[in-house]
Design a protein around this ligand. Structure first.
Ligand SMILES: C[S@@+](CC[C@H](N)C(=O)[O-])C[C@H]1O[C@@H](n2cnc3c(N)ncnc32)[C@H](O)[C@@H]1O
Length: 197
C-alpha cells in the first residue's frame, strides 16, 4: 500500500505555486528526503520540464516506488539512497535542489553535513529550496510551531525547529546566498538560496 501524508496533501499546492516560479529555468532537481513520494509525483507531474530525482533512506524506498509506479511519470526518477551521514553522495551535479521538513527532524551536526553535501552537488548558480518552519530572532513564529517543537524534542532531544539565522549562516558558509524567504501557509517558510556562480 502507498504511504500517505496528510501534510503533503495540504502543502503541495502552495509549494508548487512557488516552485513554478523558482524552478522555471531549471532542468534537473534533486529532492532530498522525498518521504512518501507524494511531493515528487505532484511536482513532477506539474513541472514536466524538470527531471525530478527522488532520494531517501533505503527503508522508505518501497513507498516512494509505489507512488512512482502508479503515476508512471517519465521525468520522476526512482529514489537514490542518500543519508546525510554518508561520507559521499554519488549524485551527478544538479541545477536545483528541493527539500521539505527535514532540518527540524535531524540533529544540528546532520544539518551541517546536509549542507556540506549540497555544496558538493549543486552547480554554480544553482538554486536550493528548503520548505518548513523556522524561528526568527530566537522566537517561534506561532504557538503551533512552539507546540510542534516541544513534540519533536519529546521524541528526540536533538531535533527541533531551527533558527533561520543559524541555517542561513550555515548556507552562506557553503557558498549559498539567500535569494528569497517566502511566507507559506501554516507558519512555514520557503527559503531559496543561489549557489555562487
Ligand atoms: C518529516 S519527513 C519529511 C518528508 C518529506 N520531505 C515531506 O515533506 O513529507 C523527514 C524525512 O527526513 C528523512 N531523514 C531522516 N534522517 C535522515 C538522514 N540521516 N538522511 C537523509 N534523510 C533523513 C526521513 O526519512 C523523512 O523522510
Amino acid at each position: 500500500m502507498k504511504p500517505y501524508s496528510e501534510s503533503c496533501e495540504k502543502n503541495q499546492e502552495p509549494i508548487l505555486a512557488v516552485l513554478r516560479e523558482i524552478f522555471a529555468g531549471r532542468t534537473r532537481v534533486l529532492e532530498i528526503a522525498s518521504g512518501t513520494g507524494q511531493h515528487a509525483v505532484y511536482f513532477g507531474r506539474a513541472l514536466p520540464h524538470l527531471s525530478w530525482q527522488t532520494s531517501e533512506l533505503a527503508h522508505n524506498h518501497a513507498g516512494i516506488r509505489a507512488w512512482l509506479d502508479e503515476a508512471q511519470l517519465p521525468n520522476v526518477l526512482a529514489p537514490l539512497s542518500l543519508d546525510v551521514d554518508d561520507a559521499q553522495w554519488p549524485v551527478a551535479p544538479v541545477d536545483a535542489i528541493f527539500n521539505a521538513n527535514t532540518v527540524h527532524i535531524i540533529s544540528w551536526p546532520q544539518v551541517e553535513r546536509l549542507f556540506a553535501h549540497i555544496s558538493r552537488v549543486i552547480e554554480p548558480g544553482g538554486c536550493v529550496c528548503f520548505y518548513g518552519p523556522y524561528n526568527y530572532a530566537g522566537k517561534f513564529t506561532s504557538d503551533s510551531n512552539a507546540r510542534f517543537d516541544a513534540w519533536l524534542k519529546s521524541r528526540d532531544p536533538d531535533s527541533g525547529v531551527r533558527d533561520f539565522e543559524a541555517v542561513n549562516s550555515l548556507a552562506a558558509s557553503c557558498g549559498l546566498l539567500l535569494q528569497h524567504d517566502i511566507a507559506m501557509p501554516s507558519n512555514n517558510r520557503m527559503l531559496v538560496w543561489q549557489a555562487r556562480p
